[in-house]
Design a binder for this molecule. Structure first.
Ligand SMILES: NC(=O)C1=CN([C@@H]2O[C@H](COP(=O)(O)OP(=O)(O)OC[C@H]3O[C@@H](n4cnc5c(N)ncnc54)[C@H](O)[C@@H]3O)[C@@H](O)[C@H]2O)C=CC1
Ligand SMILES: O=c1[nH]c(=O)c2[nH+]cn([C@@H]3O[C@H](COP(=O)(O)O)[C@@H](O)[C@H]3O)c2[nH]1
Ligand SMILES: [K+]
Length: 523
């Protein structure tokens, strides 16, 4: 043993034992021993992984991964293309934290295009919809904004709105000692303004701010109309996202979007490509169809560089067909989602852990990354999805109750909730997806999902870092420092699993308590 004193920091992470000692005993089972079974399907709750040897800190764990052959992520998390989960706000925040969001298509082409465009144009630091006032607004109005939103530094424009001529700025200092709250802002606003022109880089905007020692820098177009604002405090915030997912330009956030496999989806595709979509997800519960194969070939022919995630699949043959057609990523899951009734209604699907294991094994032969989609309700499930061979994990229900998901919060029985529905629920079909479900003469609607509600989860700005940390701790316990190491250990049998009996599953959860509180994340 290479003795290292306890209070000395370990500079280069190194196990305390050589490999033959580290893995001396074959305890538990290899993935192949149970997940390869053609008879029984297992899912995340059915098993646990046995701990490995810790020889590095959580900060040494890297969660870098891929969603397609060429699309890299810093965090292996993806938000599902559902109309109660992913629009631009979710996608921006997913990408800022190193993951990616897939904009749903239960909307018009114009709406979906606009959402993707918002993500692609987003630049952290540039405020595109700042609160503005006009010269005839009063000090009271300015104080009201400060009271409500907690900030000062309000651009004053002729009309009081954006895209109107900039005439001044009002800061804390200007209103602080004004006794008459009815004083018009036009009387006290600062009119000698330091501005930057539309299209300037964030670096330039920040250097102007630093030099001028101002708090806010209005951005104007060639007609001196206000088009944005840069805040000094964002310089600091900007440093909080060094790991965001960027496209080939290195500047814009990554963004995905889903489409279907009908003729009209080709127009949708063109619109999305126009605004720079990075990943197209072909959204179907049963991906192995001639429709999807035609669509993959069509896309690869028209846009050879556009990355495609095909699916959904749960068998090796399904995956093989889509990979042969040209898929760059595979999405796995049929009936495992929290809102899914597919297995019940269609009698088709597969238990998720077995599906992920079997499909990923084939996709690995072709170097095509897999996404484990659905059935995730804890950080442990994310770790298990990755341990079964997935390169990233897609979530719907986990993210639906966050501030960044579409929809408003409401209260039921004193609990703050947000609506969450399956894309195959009657509710969602009524909104638009019914065209995908029924031919014109088909009057009978067969729903494949339900509509419900999930509890408030706060902001993904806090929730994703919590999930990231939970996953990193899991990797540390397993003794693996990266997803590729996890996969290597799983395939070569070093990573050990164990199936849990129903009693063991109960034991592994909270039990025997009269009451308890469970917090999903701090803050
Ligand atoms: N992952 C899962 O377990 C499930 C997911 N979902 C979600 O629900 C939504 C809809 O899923 P699906 O119903 O599978 O959508 P889909 O668009 O793949 O299929 C709907 C119907 O349209 C048909 N169709 C598709 N393209 C066609 C074409 N070019 N010509 C003629 N017919 C065509 C299909 O065969 C099917 O009968 C998606 O958002 C999906 O992710 C629904 C059920 C299960
Ligand atoms: O059977 C289904 N009927 C539906 O209406 C439906 N809508 C979404 N999905 C799929 O469920 C995934 C999200 O699952 P979770 O909430 O468990 O994360 C999603 O990512 C989808 O794969 C559906 N499945
Ligand atoms: K289900």
């Amino acid at each position: 043993m290479n003795g290292v004193s306890l209070d000395q920091p370990r500079k280069t992470p190194k196990p305390a034992f050589p490999p033959e000692e580290l893995f001396r005993y074959k305890d538990g089972a290899a993935a192949v021993d149970f997940l390869d079974s053609g008879v029984v399907g297992y899912t995340y709750g059915d098993f646990v992984m046995l701990p490995g040897h810790i020889y590095f800190g959580v900060e040494d764990v890297s969660l870098k991964s891929r969603i397609t052959r060429k699309t890299h992520l810093q965090l292996p998390l993806v938000s599902s293309p559902m109309d109660t989960v992913t629009e631009s706000e979710m996608a921006i925040n997913m990408a800022m934290q190193g993951g990616i969001g897939i904009i749903h298509y239960n909307n018009s082409v114009r709406e979906q295009k606009r959402e993707v465009d918002r993500v692609k144009r987003y630049e952290n630091g540039f405020i595109t919809d700042p609160k503005t006032l006009s010269p005839s607004n009063t000090v009271r109005d300015a104080l009201e904004i400060k009271h409500r939103y907690g900030f000062m530094g309000i651009p004053i424009t002729e009309s009081g709105g954006m895209n109107s001529k900039l005439v001044g700025i009002v800061t804390n200092r200007d209103v602080e000692f004004v006794h008459d709250k009815d004083t018009p802002l036009g009387d006290i606003m600062v009119t000698e303004l330091q501005t930057a022109t539309e299209g300037c880089s964030l670096e330039l905007a920040y250097s102007i701010l630093k030099e001028s020692k101002k708090g806010k820098l209005p951005i104007v177009n060639e007609r001196y109309e206000l088009v944005g604002l840069v805040a000094r405090t964002d310089i600091l915030k900007n440093r909080d996202f060094p790991e965001s997912s960027k496209d080939k330009t290195g500047k814009r956030l990554l963004c995905g979007a889903s489409i279907g496999t009908r003729m009209e989806d080709r127009d949708r595709l063109d619109a999305l490509v126009e605004v720079g979509v990075d990943v197209i997800v072909l959204d179907s519960s049963q991906g192995d169809s001639v429709y999807q194969i035609d669509m993959i070939r069509y896309i690869k022919n028209k846009y050879p560089d556009l990355e495609i995630v095909a699916g959904n699949v749960v068998t090796q043959n399904q995956a093989y067909h889509l990979i042969k057609a040209g898929a760059d990523g595979i999405r796995i899951g049929m009936g495992s989602g929290s809102i899914c009734t597919t297995q019940e209604v269609m009698a088709c699907g597969r238990a998720q852990a077995t599906a992920v294991y079997r499909v990923s094994k084939v996709a690995r032969e072709f170097d095509v990354p897999c996404m484990a989609d659905g059935g995730v309700s804890s950080s442990g499930h994310i770790i298990k999805g990755l341990a079964c061979g997935a390169s990233c994990v897609m979530m719907g229900g986990m993210l639906a109750g966050t501030e960044e998901s579409p929809g408003e919060y409401f209260y039921k029985d004193g609990v703050r909730l947000k609506k969450y529905r399956g894309m195959g629920s009657v509710d969602a079909m009524k909104k638009g997806s019914s065209v995908r479900y029924f031919s014109e003469d088909d009057r009978i609607r067969v729903a494949q999902g339900v509509s419900g509600a999930v509890a408030d989860k706060g902001s993904v700005k806090r929730f994703l870092p919590y999930l990231r940390m939970g996953v990193k701790h899991g990797f540390q316990d397993l003794g693996v420092r990266s997803i590729s190491e996890l996969h290597d250990q799983m395939y070569n049998g070093t990573l050990r699993f164990q199936v849990r009996t129903p009693a063991a599953q109960l034991e592994g959860n909270v039990h025997s308590l009269y009451t308890y509180e469970k917090s999903t994340h701090s803050g």
